[in-house]
Design a binder for this molecule. Structure first.
Ligand code: KG4
Ligand code: ZN
Length: 344
């Protein structure tokens, strides 16, 4: 095996309902193909069995497309990175087996990547328009499956400061959206309507949670109660109040996130903040963080939209960093649905 400082790397992401492949040269993204599985829209959420079947169906075409778009042939690849976890086991196994077989056939190193680390380190993808975060920084990682506050001291030194005790923030967005009749995933719909609604119109109650942990299940119950009561007195309650409901739901979610983030800043003294994960696409959250940066003298890093939701480019950048640090995977490592940040 020959070692190069700027490896050409193929990355594969299959942890949930997006089949994605990317090609990177060093930290520069040459291609990033994301095939979102639309089948789940019919069920109002991700169906694990269908997700793994869809990954199997898409993966070859998605990888071929990523290589073609990057104008790279398989024999030019220096390494392959894949998502080891956390995620849905059946889905992870599709990406892991594909990556393993290809690495074996090409006789190149295989690199396993933690999905949550990748959401955070997506900020280190080469982008001449964007300033990279300085260590140490705090990451508020908000996605469909996770809500975490992480202290990042180095690429491979991440400490979990707090996380959700029940639902993830994206799940709260999506479940609330479902109550309002929106298709899955409804987070972006709430975001859009919240922009023209009144965030003080409805009060759902806010949770009291210790330390730097989060909880969203109580809020979801509060939202459901307000909607049920509203419909009892007026069958057109949702239609008439949709924008205000969306703004109030989003306002409550942002308040929970903001309070914990500011608490983490206070506890750690770290004022460099990174927003990561699918919900980082939320315009209200992005705007609120910009306001907070002015009030509390924080430096805020917002990820480009294409690297917020699940994508293989973020897996690729961690793969490149691991490759450059000699952290390639032994043959035995496979998918791990509960792979957490403490065992990197
Ligand atoms: O990171 P991601 O692609 O998947 C996981 O790893 O979980 O995040 C997907 C989540 C979904 O819950 C989706 O509704 C949410 O991100 N999301 C948003 C927005 N865009 C995506 N939530 C609120 N506002 C948005 N603009
Ligand atoms: Zn994710």
């Amino acid at each position: 095996m020959t070692f190069t400082t700027e490896p050409i790397l193929l990355a594969i992401e299959s942890s949930c309902d997006d089949t994605s492949a990317a090609v990177l040269k060093g930290r520069e993204v040459l291609s990033n193909v994301v095939q979102t599985q639309l089948i789940h829209e019919n069920f109002g959420g991700v169906v694990p069995e269908l997700a793994s079947r869809e990954h199997q169906q898409y993966i070859v075409a998605v990888v071929d497309k990523a290589l073609a778009m990057a104008n790279i042939e398989k024999k030019e690849l220096d390494a392959i990175a894949y998502t080891r976890g956390p995620g849905l086991l059946g889905s992870l196994l599709v990406g892991a087996s594909f990556a393993k077989s290809l690495a074996l056939a090409l006789d190149i190193p295989l690199i396993d990547v933690n999905h949550m680390q990748a959401h955070i380190l997506a900020h280190f993808i080469h982008d001449p328009q964007k300033k990279q975060p300085n260590f140490p920084f705090l990451s508020l990682t908000v996605s469909g499956g996770h809500t975490q506050l992480v202290k990042v001291t180095d690429f491979f030194d991440l400490t979990l400061l707090g996380e959700t005790l029940d639902d993830a923030v994206g799940e709260c967005f999506d479940k609330s959206a479902k109550l309002l009749g929106f298709d899955y995933p409804g987070g972006p719909q709430i975001d859009k309507r919240a922009q023209v609604g009144n965030s003080s119109a409805f009060d759902f109650g806010l949770p009291k949670v210790d330390l730097l942990n989060f909880s969203f299940s109580g809020l979801k119950t509060g939202i459901s109660r307000v909607i049920q009561k509203g419909i009892l007195s007026d069958p057109h309650f949702i239609e008439k109040n949709c924008n205000d409901l969306c703004a109030s739901i989003q306002g409550a979610i942002l308040k929970i996130l903001e309070d914990k983030l500011l608490k983490a800043v206070q506890q750690t003294g770290i004022k460099e903040i990174v927003l990561s994960g699918g919900v980082a696409a939320n315009s209200g959250l992005r705007n609120r963080l910009k306001e907070l940066s002015a009030i509390h003298q924080l430096t805020i890093h917002l990820p480009p939209f294409e690297y917020c939701t699940d994508n293989a480019a973020m897996i690729g950048v961690v793969g490149v960093l691991k490759y450059q640090n000699g952290l390639v995977t032994s043959d035995g490592v496979s998918a791990d649905a509960r792979y957490d940040l403490t065992n990197l």
